[in-house]
Design a protein around this ligand. Structure first.
Ligand code: SAH
Length: 213
């Protein structure tokens, strides 16, 4: 259930991330629209509208709202675009992408999280496609994608994902194998040429290979 109180807390959160530098009005509205408390166990609901990452089980985290907004802003999603998310996790970023009007394909390597999200998000009214798989491989049978967003720290650029980007398409990915990653945006300029921009440091859980059954 979403209540008046939750909406109030969410408006405060939107102001907070706007003060931290997020400017895209569509992204701020999307953050303002997603009931983040519904991604939390009831005993932790008081943490839902703090601008912090939070553990969601299986050793994973729901990303900090500021980070979700930052990546969403860099992604420059237009309504109707096909977006691949690597690392479904809690499903919160996927819900934000839905609010931005994207056709969302999200892939998670841990079955437990995949099962949880593929029940929760449709119940919340979001329509998107869930996959259990290894994000390093992407979803070649569903590409090309206008946008790809990776929400785990990648030690290097996954080559298969580059080939699944449409011409002019963009991928936002935190790059770095250590504790800290550099937020990177890669644009497919032509069949073979890619450009790369960097946007500061963030800390993500690592992007790992294979599936956890
Ligand atoms: N987008 C999420 C953030 C989750 S944390 C959210 O909004 O909550 C990152 C997630 O990436 C974890 O759930 C982790 O299991 C997943 N992950 C890590 N490596 C992966 C891979 N190779 N393929 C798919 N998912 C991966």
């Amino acid at each position: 259930m979403d209540s008046f109180r939750h909406k109030g807390l969410r408006n405060r959160l939107v102001k907070e991330i706007s003060n931290k530098g997020i400017q895209d009005g569509k992204v701020l509205s999307a953050i303002g629209a997603v009931p983040r408390h519904m991604f939390f166990e009831s005993s932790f609901i008081q943490f839902a509208y703090q601008d912090k990452a939070f553990p969601i089980g299986a050793g994973q985290t729901i990303s900090q709202p500021y980070t979700v907004a930052f990546q969403s802003e860099l992604l420059e999603v237009l309504p109707g675009q096909k977006v691949l998310e690597v690392g479904t996790g809690s499903g919160y970023q996927a819900a934000v992408l839905c609010e931005l009007g994207a056709k969302v394909y999200t892939i998670e390597r841990q079955r437990e999280l995949y099962v949880k999200c593929s029940k929760l998000l449709p119940k919340m009214g979001y329509k998107l496609r869930f996959f259990l798989g290894d994000g390093y491989k992407g979803l070649p049978q569903f590409g090309l994608f206008d946008r790809i967003i990776v929400t785990a720290g990648a030690p290097q650029i996954p080559e298969d994902l580059l080939t699944q980007l449409s011409l002019g398409g963009m991928m936002v990915i935190p790059l770095g194998g250590g504790e800290v990653q550099v937020m990177t945006r890669i644009t497919r300029e032509s069949e073979t040429a890619f450009s790369q921009e960097e946007f500061g440091h963030f800390a993500f859980v690592p992007m790992l290979k294979g599936i956890v059954k």
